[in-house]
Design a protein around this ligand. Structure first.
Ligand SMILES: [Zn+2]
Length: 1030
């Protein structure tokens, strides 16, 4: 029963109301302003704990939405994210208070926005940048992944962003900011960090066990020496965040976030200033407990935040005001640069870190090692485009960069975006993966036009002094890998001939075998001198015909009219940075030699041998997976067993630990060997150029083993897919290559295609590893290769794309070649990694075709092949095709062989040109890379020298300016600014070898092991004297 309110209670209520009204009246009468000015000007205070508030947004350059959808803010049913809003509102928020600071990172977005702004806004933003309110951090086009990216791509996309910032704002970013990538590489630290000139590098994701130990030891912040060869000369201050790149819990202030805001209006309800100050101080002290010095950083923002920047800054203003008033800790608007300088000023010594932070696990059963292989076809596309971009820029330079007409810029942009940590990683939604492929294709098409016209100019240059409109029309064949090449699938009748120009983008001569599909069996090949050369016809295997018909229909929407019956293979010899020309015509007399074809039934207890040079493989039919590998030159002999298996993807539904295997995470639920189909015989093709062994391993795995005459490695091509899923489980397919070598749990994998890092199974250098996932926890990213060694032999495997791999047993190497999974792994993408292609209603799981290469060498001799051949895999020969008729004396009327460098010159074996490009102002950008680490090879791990005069025979070099790696500042300037950090327990630095300054007369560039040097070359004539020099 309810109680009636008493009269006394009523009177009390009235009195209170009256008091309130009187107070209000008082305020109004006194004219006291409600406006509250917050003191946000606080700087660092010595002797106090300083909390550096870094306002930031993390804008993925594509992930759940495409890069354009994120920019304009469309497709918001997937994710409410609009980068335009972030950047628009950031400007207003910064203008509202000059003490506020904001950092911006992803230039792919910023460039889009910048182009959209009025001159007035651009001026305001320039002022914000020069006052330090807006600081560009990292400044690359995207925040590239660090596991499955190639170092050349990392450099290119960083340099592209840095060039934009230098041109528009005259600034050079100081800080590396890799907050979200899933593990961190040695190359990122020393090359894309120290060699770029960054003063520090920050990141969010390291192994949970490693993080726990580092918190205890206050070693989240370290001096990272990523390179054995460059040691302390390329070290960087590096900090892993205590948790992730978000604010401490309870300090999220996006419009719809539910962290308590600071309510400091006494007249309103829920006043909470003291509570919020107490929360702030508690969070700060807890972070201070795991951090050295009295500076800590709070990353105030996360994915696509600050869409309405005022909501954040309003709270940050209040926190700074009230926390400093409270006085227990000091807090300020800061940036990673201010934080780094503060750390440096403390003169503290820091622990040293070597190697890298792979693999990454965020809990016991969540090893992010699946993405090393996820979307293997896109990974290959990115890698192919990378090599093509390198070659296209060379040809663009030789022809002369055109301001109008096709150039390589769109491919540069597409590749830059593709390096993002949700792009080449394979961790994006399917529609976003399609978008990346589309951008790469658009970039490729423009570069293809450029390459064709540049080659046309070069072949016609004996006829022309300046190349305007070359008449020769070259075609190229991007689908050559699936044997589709309309340019070569022509009837060579009535005097028609096919011309092939083969371009080599490496600085040394290459002798290799190329292959093209042909229709006619009676053909003959002539070289640039008009001499007939040996060639071999290999019948098209049915598996190629199927691949070709299905994917040409799927990608081009057409069915190829003819089916070429053969591959035509022949050996080519191509000068450095140059081309040779070959013609294919109808055979009048001898012609191409057809391969002999033998089949071997598995029931036979027979053996057969392939290989015509030093290297021979003997296959034993009763031991279907085994081959005996013998190199008669160095007398290496080894039983090599090749097999396939699959891991079944873990299904965590209704389990205690529900972690599934997915796009990011590799969580196997058992290993299943894949048995060979006994009834399918082996087919062996032999001929003068190469031998091939074809094996249908099972209905969805096909393997070709190739041995080329004159080469001492084995090429293995695999065609895997569609991976069957009818049993309702996802599968992750690996191949194992086993030997009898005793390798003591040790193997070596590359860092972004550059330095090799020693790995020990079930072991980490930095902490005592608790092994929960014996397969997934031992997988590492491979971009170049993986090798093992014992006391007499090295066994190396090189790959054609990024891939996950390991050595899970002694003497064995494992590569994960394909994955198809049916469940999402709850790391954000919210889609199963189940790649499917459709032709009409005929949808199939993706088939992946790829290659790896293996070789055995005596101990200490493997590096030569890994480095030289590795470079050749990265830069495949570029083929361009044209037709001519019999009356056209091509070889005598055109340039049939060409080298862009002095004809008597080649680069030393240990040097590669990784960038050769004409910039839009005519300056030439040159990057030279030493390919060897210290002590890697007894002959080649030495100082090498390159003669610039011979690299640029047609130009008179006026000036050579050495730049930092991203070419946005002079190297000497960068070195002058370099911070000299104190390293814990360091007793002086080992002497590090570096090439000396370039003498302006001699123009010779020295390179020490693992050194990359970047130059601007200014020559007196940028109008392409090369043509005159031919
Ligand atoms: Zn991200």
């Amino acid at each position: 029963m309810g109680e009636r309110p008493s009269i006394r209670h009523f009177q009390h209520l009235m009195a209170k109301k009256l008091l309130f009204l009187l107070t209000l009246l008082e305020i109004l009468l006194c004219g006291q302003s409600k406006f509250m000015a917050y003191n946000t000007s606080q700087g660092i205070v010595h002797g106090k704990l300083n909390v550096h508030l870094v306002a930031h947004t993390h804008d993925d350059v594509g992930w759940l939405k495409t890069v354009d959808q994120y920019y304009v803010g469309s497709n918001n049913s997937i994710q409410g994210a609009c980068v335009q809003n972030v950047l628009d509102s950031m400007v207003h928020a910064l203008l509202a208070d000059k003490n506020r600071k904001f950092i911006y990172v992803e230039m792919a977005f910023f460039k889009r926005w910048w182009r959209d702004q009025s001159e007035a806004v651009q001026d305001l933003v320039k002022n914000l940048v020069s006052s330090g309110q807006l600081e560009f951090i990292n400044g690359a086009m995207s925040m590239h992944d660090e596991a499955v990216t190639h170092y050349i791509d990392m450099i290119d996309q960083t340099a592209l962003g840095h060039k934009f910032l230098k041109t528009e704002f005259g600034v050079t970013p100081r800080i590396g900011w890799q907050i979200d990538p899933f593990g961190h590489s040695a190359v990122q630290a020393y090359l894309l960090g120290a060699e770029v000139g960054f003063d520090s590098l920050f990141f969010g994701r390291i192994d949970y066990q490693d993080r726990a130990k580092r918190k205890k030891e206050k070693s989240l912040e370290v001096i990272w020496q990523g390179s054995k060869s460059l040691g302390s000369s390329a070290q960087i201050f590096a900090g892993a965040f205590p948790e992730n790149y978000e604010p401490p819990s309870g300090f999220y202030f996006e419009v719809n976030d539910n962290s308590p805001i600071v309510q400091d209006n006494m007249e309103l309800f829920d006043y909470n200033v003291q509570d919020r100050v107490n929360d702030f101080v508690a969070a700060a002290l807890s972070q201070a407990n795991i951090t050295r010095t009295n500076h800590i950083m709070w990353t105030m923002g996360t994915d696509f935040k600050y869409q309405y920047a005022h909501t954040w800054f309003r709270q940050l203003d209040k926190l700074i005001h009230y926390v400093n008033k409270d006085g227990r800790v000091n807090t300020l608007y800061s940036t990673p640069s201010i934080y780094t300088d503060a750390k440096y000023a403390t003169n503290e010594s820091w622990p040293i870190k070597t190697d890298d932070f792979f693999p990454y696990a965020d809990h016991a059963n969540a090893y992010w090692t699946g993405y090393f292989t996820s979307r293997p076809a896109i990974k290959h596309y990115v890698r192919l485009m990378s090599g093509y971009y390198l070659a296209a820029r060379q040809l663009e330079l030789f022809r002369g960069r055109m301001n109008s007409g096709p150039n390589t810029d769109s491919l540069a942009d597409a590749l830059a975006i593709a390096q993002h940590h949700d792009a080449v990683t394979g961790t994006e939604k399917q529609h976003v993966a399609n978008d990346y492929s589309k951008r790469l294709y658009i970039g490729y098409k423009e570069s293809e036009d450029l390459v064709s016209s540049s080659l046309a100019c070069l072949v016609e240059s004996s006829l022309l002094t300046r190349c305007q409109n070359p008449v020769t029309k070259f075609q190229q064949c991007p689908l050559l890998n699936i044997s589709y090449c309309p340019a070569t699938e022509v009837d060579l009748v009535q005097g028609k001939n096919l011309v092939i120009v083969v371009y080599n983008s490496l600085g040394w001569r290459r002798n290799e075998v190329i292959r093209i599909p042909v229709i006619d069996a009676s053909v003959t090949v002539h070289d640039s001198n008009g001499s007939e050369i040996e060639s071999q016809l290999l019948p098209q295997a049915g598996v190629y015909v199927d691949l070709r018909n299905y994917y040409v229909k799927a990608y081009l929407g057409q069915t190829p009219p003819k089916t070429p019956k053969y591959w035509l293979a022949f050996k080519v010899s191509i000068p450095p940075l140059g081309f040779s020309t070959y013609t294919i015509s109808t055979a009048k007399r001898t012609g191409s030699i057809r391969s002999s074809v033998d089949t071997y039934e598995s029931s036979e207890k027979s053996k057969f041998e392939v290989g015509q040079g030093n290297l021979k493989l003997t296959f034993s039919m009763d031991q279907e997976k085994c081959t005996n590998y013998v190199n008669f030159r160095n007398l290496i002999e080894e039983q090599v067993e090749l097999s396939y298996l699959y891991y079944s993807g873990y299904n965590g539904t209704n389990k205690k630990d529900p972690q599934n295997s997915g796009a990011y995470v590799f969580r196997p639920n058992g290993t299943y060997p894949i048995n060979h189909e006994k009834q399918v015989p082996l087919t062996v093709l032999r001929g003068p150029v190469l031998d091939e062994v074809h094996q249908q391993i099972n209905p969805w795995i096909y393997q070709v083993t190739r041995l080329y005459k004159g080469k001492e490695h084995v090429e293995v091509e695999f065609i895997v897919g569609p991976i069957p899923i009818e049993d309702g489980t996802g599968k992750e397919v690996s191949t194992q290559i086993s030997t009898s070598m005793e390798t003591n749990k040790t193997f070596y994998t590359d860092s972004n295609g550059r330095d090799f890092i020693k790995r020990i199974r079930d072991y980490r250098t930095d902490w005592d590893l608790e092994v929960n996932q014996p397969a997934a926890g031992n997988y590492y990213p491979i971009n170049l290769g993986i090798y093992i060694k014992d006391n007499k032999t090295e066994f190396s495997v090189l790959v054609d794309r990024p891939i996950g791999g390991s050595s899970l047993e002694d003497g064995q190497i494992e590569l994960m070649v394909h994955r198809r999974l049916l469940l999402d792994d709850s790391k954000g993408v919210a889609e199963a990694l189940n790649e499917t292609d459709c032709v009409g209603d005929d949808c199939r799981g993706l088939t992946v075709q790829g290659k790896y290469y293996y070789r055995l060498d005596p101990l200490g001799e493997g590096a030569k092949w890994r480095r030289t051949f590795g470079q050749e895999i990265y830069s495949p020969l570029l083929l361009a095709f044209a037709e001519k008729d019999d009356t056209d004396d091509w070889m005598n009327s055109r340039v049939s062989t060409f080298s862009g460098i002095d004809s008597s010159y080649a680069l030393p074996d240990n040097i590669a040109i990784i960038t050769l490009q004409e910039l839009d102002d005519g300056t030439v950008l040159l990057r030279l890379a030493h390919l060897y680490e210290i002590e890697e090879d007894k002959d080649l791990s030495v100082m090498a020298s390159v003669e610039l005069k011979k690299l640029f025979p047609g130009r008179k070099i006026q000036e050579v300016k050495e730049m930092n790696l991203s070419a946005n500042q002079e190297r000497t300037e960068m070195e002058k600014k370099r911070l000299a950090w104190k390293v814990e327990g360091s007793s002086g630095n080992r002497h590090v070898s570096r090439g000396g300054p370039v003498d302006p007369k001699e123009l010779k560039v020295e390179l020490a092991p693992m050194e990359i040097r970047t130059f601007f070359i200014f020559s007196d004539d940028v109008s392409h004297q090369l043509f005159d020099a031919l």
